[in-house]
Design a protein. Structure first.
Length: 294
């Protein structure tokens, strides 16, 4: 059972590569807490997708931490990794997006896998619930979305992008991406669209449970994106959009999995102090060892 961590972002709003910022009591990366929680709940294969220049460093760093019995793959997300027969001659600084990050790991994943952001904390119970979803029926081809409550995922220091869920019972109907959600005096609003929220809406924090069939869908959608040639300098292929396309085409079903966990992230530099305090507090309470790896 695989955990895939997306760690190839550029950290534009944070100011540096937040994936490698020492936030734990002993300077642990935030992703190390995610890996620790996943291993405690039956995951036995860790895949990290990062920038090419960071592959060797991250592989050495994690290899010295996690148990030898756990499989580890660190792969790079590269602009040159394109579908067969497609070329790109333009200039671009950013990676191709979260769907392409997942596609970058296609050669090392052969079974069900969970996907998370490396710079977010998802909580222990979330991994247990994701693992239970995978194990409950080995023949099940459904995807899963570990969902969080919107009001619990906001930043005090600026707007955030969130995928707002629409569902029928446990079944996901759609995810609507809102790119500028923030707390204002009169409530929670997406300043880009003007839509207001109660705060109780369930949102995607990019914690998905996927099956390998998604790699073919990503390649198809990525190929279509490249062939259209629109907004090639900044456009991206997003994982939620790919899954939603599969959902609407009847290629899969997606079950909404309650996280039953707290979430926090480090979108902005000012989020760092709060994240460090939360990790230290959980360590003092005995939820984590210090140092984390022994």
């Amino acid at each position: 059972m695989t955990l895939l961590l997306m760690a190839a972002g550029r950290g534009s709003r944070y100011g540096k590569l937040k994936q490698f910022d020492g936030l734990g009591p002993k300077e642990e990366f935030l992703m190390e807490f995610s890996i620790y929680d996943a291993l405690e709940n039956g995951f036995d294969h860790i895949v990290v997708v990062t920038q090419k220049d960071n592959v060797a460093f991250l592989k050495e760093h994690l290899s010295s931490k996690i148990p030898e019995t756990v499989a580890l793959d660190v792969v790079s997300q590269e602009l040159s990794d394109l579908p067969e027969g497609i070329s790109f001659e333009g200039e671009r600084a950013k990676p191709w997006g979260t769907a392409h990050a997942v596609w970058s790991a296609r050669k090392v994943i052969s079974g069900p896998f969970a996907v998370i952001n490396a710079d977010d904390y998802y909580g222990k119970q979330a991994y247990k619930n994701a693992a239970n979803f995978i194990f409950k029926d080995p023949k099940d081809t459904s995807f899963g979305l570990v969902a969080y409550t919107l009001k619990d995922t906001l930043s005090e220091y600026g707007s955030v992008s969130r995928g707002v869920c629409k569902q029928n019972g446990k079944s996901l109907l759609s995810v609507e991406e809102r790119i500028a959600i923030e707390k204002q005096q009169d409530g929670i609003v997406d300043s880009d669209s003007g839509i207001q929220f109660t705060g109780d809406e369930l949102v995607s924090m990019n914690f998905w449970v996927c099956r390998p069939v998604i790699f073919d869908q990503i390649e198809q959608d990525f190929r279509n994106f490249l062939e259209k040639g629109e907004n090639m300098e900044k456009g991206e292929v997003y994982l939620p959009f790919v899954i939603q396309a599969m959902l609407q085409a009847g290629k899969t079903k997606v079950e909404v999995i309650p996280s039953e966990s707290m979430w926090f992230g480090v979108t902005y530099a000012d989020d760092k102090e709060k994240a460090m305090a939360q990790l230290e507090g959980m360590t003092l309470e005995g939820q984590y060892r210090s140092p984390l790896w022994k």
